[in-house]
Ligand binder design. Structure first.
Ligand code: NAP
Length: 258
């Protein structure tokens, strides 16, 4: 919906693609972007100029539908993280009901290269079960802080949890916490893996460049990675890059002006 030449765009954030899209959307004449953050990070990065920001959940599908109608949103770009389980489904359901065009931006996953030794896990609990059954001794968890609870069962391993903020208190009493914010270089990752004598890594298959140094480092040290697969896609129209998202939006707004 374009009103008086202006289209309100709701950008569902939580990925590097969203961070890069926000200022680009604000620079397009006739586009008024609102960046929506889930509100999990206590100190999120400053929003770029010209971008309105809202924080916190919408209150499920109905809450999002109400917001889309109230704010006369003309397009939704879902650039939540590839591992966001719920928000992409809510966005699809709400946009279909209200009749608002929706685009999902999701970078491609990593694929195994020669020298990689990946053990596929269907989801995080499956990764924890694989670690629990393994002979690994010292395991680096790089899956964020929200989903470490299934690893409480891994009592025979020394776990190192790397996250930006601490996991929920008490979630994983026997682990060593490594508070750190990426991006990390391959040299950083090699030094960490050697210093801690890590013999396996657990990672989500996030794809992209921001966190792939650990994959390169593991390959060069011959370390296994328990690689968690992505949640199932929603079926929404999907592109892989911010450039493609901008093209989609420009085509959409030029159609609605003619
Ligand atoms: P999720 O399962 O998809 O979302 C859970 C609930 O959080 C949603 O139903 C929604 O609440 C709210 N929510 C999620 N993203 C939102 C957004 N951009 N704006 C407003 N509300 C939002 O997501 P999650 O895995 O809990 O992740 C939370 C956030 O962290 C997401 O924005 C995601 O992009 C980001 N993130 C996730 C991961 C990961 O590995 N899961 C990694 C990096 C970043 P209501 O139902 O109340 O609307």
């Amino acid at each position: 919906m374009t009103i008086n030449g202006t289209t309100c765009v709701l950008l569902l954030a939580g990925s590097t693609e969203a961070t890069s899209l926000a200022p680009r959307l604000a620079s397009i004449p006739g586009i008024e972007p609102t960046m929506s953050l889930a509100g999990r990070t206590a100190a999120p990065a400053m929003p770029p100029a010209g971008v309105a920001v809202r924080r916190g959940g919408f209150g499920g599908i109905q809450g999002l539908q109400d917001l889309l109608a109230r704010d006369r949103v003309g397009a939704v770009i879902d650039a939540t993280h590839p591992f966001a389980k719920q928000m992409p489904h809510h966005a699809l359901a709400a946009c279909e009901t209200v009749g608002v065009p929706l685009l999902r931006v999701e970078r491609p996953p990593w694929t195994q290269q020669p020298g990689d030794h990946w053990i596929d896990a269907a989801d995080v609990p499956d990764a924890a079960a694989i670690v629990q059954r393994s002979t690994f001794r010292r395991v680096l968890l790089t899956i964020g802080r929200q989903e470490v609870a299934p690893f409480t069962a891994c009592i025979d391993q020394h776990l190192f949890v790397r996250s930006i903020e601490p996991p929920v208190a008490g979630a994983l009493g026997h682990a060593t916490l490594l508070l750190a914010r990426g991006p990390f270089t391959v040299a950083d990752e090699l030094a960490l893996l050697r210093e801690l004598d890590i013999d396996a890594i657990v990672s989500k298959n996030s794809g992209g460049d921001a966190t792939n140094a650990k994959v390169t480092a593991a390959r060069s040290l011959g370390l296994p990675i328990v690689m968690v697969s992505r949640p199932a896609a929603t079926g929404a129209t999907t592109v892989q890059t911010p450039d493609e998202a901008i093209s989609w939006l420009l085509a959409l707004t030029s159609r609605s002006r003619t």
